[in-house]
Design a protein around this ligand. Sequence first.
Ligand SMILES: C[S@@+](CC[C@H](N)C(=O)[O-])C[C@H]1O[C@@H](n2cnc3c(N)ncnc32)[C@H](O)[C@@H]1O
Length: 285
Amino acid sequence: MADGLMRAGKVRTAASLYEIALRRASPLQRNAILVRQGLATYPHQRRVDLLGALEKLEGFGSHVFIGEGLATWHKTTPFLEDQRFVELAHKHASLLPIANWHWNLQTVLWALKRARGIIGDFVELGVFKGHTTIFAAEYLEFAAWDKRWHLYDTFEGIPDDQLDPGWAASNKATYSGTFSFEEVRDRFSAFPNIDVIKGRVPEVLEDSTPERIAFLHMDLNNSTAEIAALDALFDRLSPGGIIVFDDYGWATARAQHDAENQWFSQRGLEILALPTGQGLFIKPV
Ligand SMILES: C[S@@+](CC[C@H](N)C(=O)[O-])C[C@H]1O[C@@H](n2cnc3c(N)ncnc32)[C@H](O)[C@@H]1O
């Protein structure tokens, strides 16, 4: 019934029904309902297409997960069994215009936990409304960590001279004039060890960059700034330090993929492509 309401555009009522159904659901039913709940937070008609794809995949068997750009089935989804993960992902879902980002969040959490024992601070290049970092900072109770996290963004979208062809129009529509520095700074006010910094990459990195970096979340949606950031920051990444490239494998981000592959291969290094679209790199010790 709730699925029918989703199709009819009565998303709030559908979301309430999913909430009620969750209270009595078996573990398998719970997974299926949580995925639907995630689709219900997606403010696009596209949620109906994703719901249709979900139902088709459920015809193949159990354990189906679907979000924008990624579907899995017959696979364990450990994050759905983690109540804290589920609650925080749901709480912050509206900060990202993409449905069910759980697999991607899981990669970042894994990297952060590993990087805790590595010398250096954490850096995010490309913050938008702070979705990934606020989720992870709350999940990990980062305020108590002996690390700092530096978040850099223009807070005005991608500079015109850095827009890559192919997805310039959607990048402009999504990130120009849709969020502010003040809003994001306030979102992190409970974290004295997180700094929100306004400026353009790479220029802003000349003024303020940590000496050593343990974790870098690279998410600038353009190849010019990401390559310049690698030039500026790579030597500061500690041995064992981790880079998660958010856009690397998305077909729209092909310019980043190719430029980054070239940059790493020139140094005898390689990025691991993940099915989430992320690229993962761990600096050799
Ligand atoms: C995809 S969003 C980041 C999403 C964020 N990492 C998250 O997980 O929610 C890309 C961001 O990069 C920022 N950006 C792009 N080019 C930039 C540059 N050269 N300097 C600073 N920020 C930039 C945009 O303003 C936009 O907010």
